[in-house]
Write a protein that binds this ligand. Sequence first.
Ligand SMILES: Cc1cc2nc3c(=O)[nH]c(=O)nc-3n(C[C@H](O)[C@H](O)[C@H](O)COP(=O)(O)O)c2cc1C
Length: 203
Amino acid sequence: MLKFATDTAAPAVLSVMDAIYERRSVRSYLPKTVDRALVRNLLDAAVQAPTAVHEEPWAFVVIQDPGTLKRLSDAALKTLQDREHGVQLPGAGSRHFQLPENVFYDAGTLIVIYGKPLGPFVAADCWLAAENLMLAARAIGLGTCVVGLSVAALNAPEWKKELKVPDGMTAYAPIIVGVPSGDTPATGRREPEVLAWKTGLSV
Ligand SMILES: Cc1cc2nc3c(=O)[nH]c(=O)nc-3n(C[C@H](O)[C@H](O)[C@H](O)COP(=O)(O)O)c2cc1C
């Protein structure tokens, strides 16, 4: 049975289409902890994703300790300043992205999706699980945001050791989760660019 993120009357679960169209990257959260049962719901939704040759190559780390999140955010910001290992983000500094003081926007929960070294589709599987998780979160009233800025730090040996992540595994999708502090405006999208649409019908 699904639980909901708000204490008030449980909202109706959103339809898949509503969750897809209403999901937004949330960067401002209420200082509330997402309880374990809700996190479990999200992990359960994540692992329903399609998975190449049914490998299910994912594993998860959940961080809800504010001190650890702050240290990890600082480590992530440091990787960006580090010329040698710096992450070049196309569009960084654009209207879509400003470097924040805390890469996790003070969210109380970070879920990291890791991939096991099981072939060429591991990254795809992990990102499909990530989207499932984010849509499920939206459906139950929680906000999420992928924090790509933290990937390099999460894959550093010292963080793998601290988070008990085996050497061969790779962090793909770090996702913050929390109760949004307000509405997040839609960012808009370009029309789908269709390169070809072959119907077999003559025109
Ligand atoms: C792979 C990936 C990495 C991202 N990394 C960050 C990030 O580090 N920080 C951030 O604030 N948003 C990040 N985002 C969120 C995007 O900025 C956001 O999805 C995009 O602007 C579209 O907005 P929307 O998600 O609200 O539709 C990331 C998204 C993806 C897919």
